[in-house]
Design a protein around this ligand. Structure first.
Ligand SMILES: [Zn+2]
Length: 436
């Protein structure tokens, strides 16, 4: 069964392979209600920046109901060719013609039974030239929000109407996804092995295949993530703001918050950026659940992106400026107990402000957690058991570009993509390829 077969706009549940992600009817109605409030303009309408709604969108009046409809519609109309048509794209041993939407697959390796594992890849090749944007999700198999963002974005793209190409890989780590796990079956974190090695560890080989089969075709990459292990992240881009190409790229995401993270290490973001492909990690929400508000927020950001890259003709305008945080700090607790937060994700924080309490479940003791710095809550642990040293609040610090600090100096062990700054024991995160 393919990933996106038989999915209707009106359906309230989505099943991927034999495992499904439930989207509650309540949330879907809320989403539909939200979308009904969006101001609709036509491409001929003069646009003013100070519009009443935050974003102005030109809706596609004849949006196909399903991917199958889209493919069918595409097959019916793709014979129309004009002189400005771009070249066919050779990818995954297939040729995708301009004006085509194709569902392909990449070869991730083999299962324990020896069967080849082939996660789906959807290629939307516009008729006319433009950038190749890659949207990839679930490098960590239990991070669901990105999967749904990619599905909905792709569903609304018409290859006959877009410029350039969008390549979507909704589930990179299909092994982890089917096991409801962040990791690969050998407990390695795939996002520590890019760009990979054809003769290395299992993780390194998978990373290598993904990098050489998919990523090398991209001009830009958005890699979707969530917080890890009972932690929630405000929607934010992790980006190396020392890289001018990346800086320019993040400017296309509307008012989506940005947290500067240096481009070292073996994450997909770092490896692709080092290979000259501007890449961001897009963090939204928490793992293990599908959060409608974050999905909607992510789709708005990606719509702004594909508009600003010229892939679609619709224009999106944002009234709010894009907040950029050039450094951040995790606030760790110094006592064991149960965390009770007193701030919301996204809150602005003053120095010494109360963030929450650690309560001792056996006494009346309550220990205050205060912020030593001024900033904004970009991520936070859910209320849970904590040991001394657990990371509870991730505070982004506003500053200007002249004070970009190398986050390795600032955050020490908290550097990494901080969705990987786990409170739990994280096994085999170092690459042992050099040992063999
Ligand atoms: Zn992740």
């Amino acid at each position: 069964m393919s990933l996106i077969d038989n999915i209707s706009n009106k359906e309230i549940s989505l099943f991927i392979l034999s495992i499904g992600i439930l989207i509650s009817p309540y949330n879907l109605s809320a989403a539909e209600a939200d979308s009904a409030e969006i101001k609709i303009i036509t491409s001929e309408t003069p646009v003013e920046l100070n519009i009443e709604t935050e974003r102005a969108i030109v809706e596609n009046p004849d949006e196909p109901e399903t991917i199958e409809d889209l493919i069918q519609e595409n097959q019916n109309t793709s014979s129309a060719i004009d002189t400005t048509e771009q070249l066919p794209l050779s990818i995954l041993k297939e040729v995708v013609n301009p004006g085509e939407l194709r569902e392909l697959s990449w070869s991730a390796g083999q299962s324990f039974s020896g069967k080849t594992v082939k996660p789906p890849v959807i290629v939307v090749r516009g008729r006319t030239p433009g950038p190749v944007l890659c949207l990839v999700a679930a490098t960590h198999g239990d991070e669901l929000n990105g999967i749904e963002i990619v599905r909905r974005v792709i569903r609304n793209l018409d290859p006959m109407k877009i410029n350039g190409t969008v390549i979507a890989v909704p589930i990179v780590n299909i092994y982890g996804f089917t096991a409801n796990s962040r990791y690969l079956p050998d407990r390695r974190d795939l996002n520590r092995y890019f760009p990979g090695n054809a003769t290395g560890s299992a993780a390194s080989r998978i990373a290598h295949r993904f990098f050489t089969q998919i990523i090398k075709h991209c001009n830009y990459v958005v890699d979707f993530h969530t917080g890890s292990f009972k932690r929630n992240n405000l929607p934010q881009l992790r980006a190396d703001m020392n890289n001018t190409q990346v800086q320019e790229f993040v400017g296309h995401f509307g008012s989506t918050a940005v947290l500067h993270k240096s481009g070292h290490g073996k994450t997909l973001r770092s490896a692709a950026t080092q290979a000259g492909i501007p890449t961001v990690a897009f963090e939204l929400g928490q793992p293990g659940s599908l959060q409608e508000e974050y999905v909607e927020s992510g789709i708005e950001s990606i719509n702004a992106l594909i508009s600003n890259l010229g892939i679609i003709k619709k224009r999106y305008f944002w009234n709010e400026p894009q907040p950029i945080y050039y450094s951040s700090r995790w606030i760790r607790v110094n006592s064991g107990g149960i965390l009770i937060s007193k701030v919301e994700i996204g809150s602005d924080i003053k120095t010494n402000q109360l963030l929450g309490y650690i309560i001792n479940p056996l006494t009346t003791e309550e220990i205050r957690i205060q912020s030593p710095i001024k900033g904004r809550v970009l991520g936070m642990a859910l209320n849970q058991f904590m040991l001394p040293g657990y990371a509870a609040f991730h505070i982004g610090v506003s500053s200007n570009t002249s004070s970009i600090v190398d986050d390795e100096q600032l955050n020490n062990e908290d550097n990494d993509e901080s969705d990987e700054n786990s409170n739990e024991y994280d096994v085999q995160t170092s690459d042992d390829d050099e040992l063999h």
